[in-house]
Design a protein around this ligand. Structure first.
Ligand code: THU
Length: 139
């Protein structure tokens, strides 16, 4: 199953309507493509104990892992409340590196006209703890 980036961004943007962000009012949606083409979405889920907030990217990963998928090819993130493309936070970069290869793509944008595409290896260079990873293709 092939997905173009525009439709994946559409899914991420649509997911933003389900974001739970009453504190920041900053909605984030993510669309994560597994290696078999299945797409999982995630939204940020905030909490009144602020440190418990879950980012959209990690919510999408958790949903996918719960469905039995642990290898992903593409992650697309929508941040419609920003005036510029917002890249994944540091914690999410670590989690993304667990399930995606350095050459896989992460695309982020606040609108369809502002998409930035980077490789996982660019987002998370000098991959921390990579020797502990259970990857088929370690670099
Ligand atoms: N957030 C994400 O969901 N993903 C990111 O990559 C950046 C930040 C969320 C966390 C919080 O709910 C809100 O955006 C503001 O930081």
């Amino acid at each position: 199953m092939q997905h173009d980036i525009a439709s994946l961004f559409g899914l991420a943007l649509d997911a933003c309507s389900r974001s739970y962000a009453p504190y920041s009012r900053f909605r984030v949606g993510a669309a994560l493509v597994a290696d078999d083409g299945t797409v999982f979405t995630g939204v940020n889920v905030e909490n009144r104990s602020f440190g418990l907030t879950i980012c959209a990217e990690r919510a999408a990963v958790a949903s996918a892992v719960a469905a039995g998928k642990t290898h992903f090819k593409t992650l697309v993130i929508a941040t419609p409340d920003a005036s510029y493309p917002v890249s994944p936070c540091g914690a999410c970069r670590q989690v993304i590196s667990e399930f995606m290869e350095p050459e896989d793509s992460v695309v982020f944008g606040n609108s369809i006209d502002s998409l930035v595409s980077v490789k996982v290896g660019e987002l998370f260079p000098h991959d921390a703890l990579h020797d502990l990873a259970h990857r088929e293709h370690q670099s």
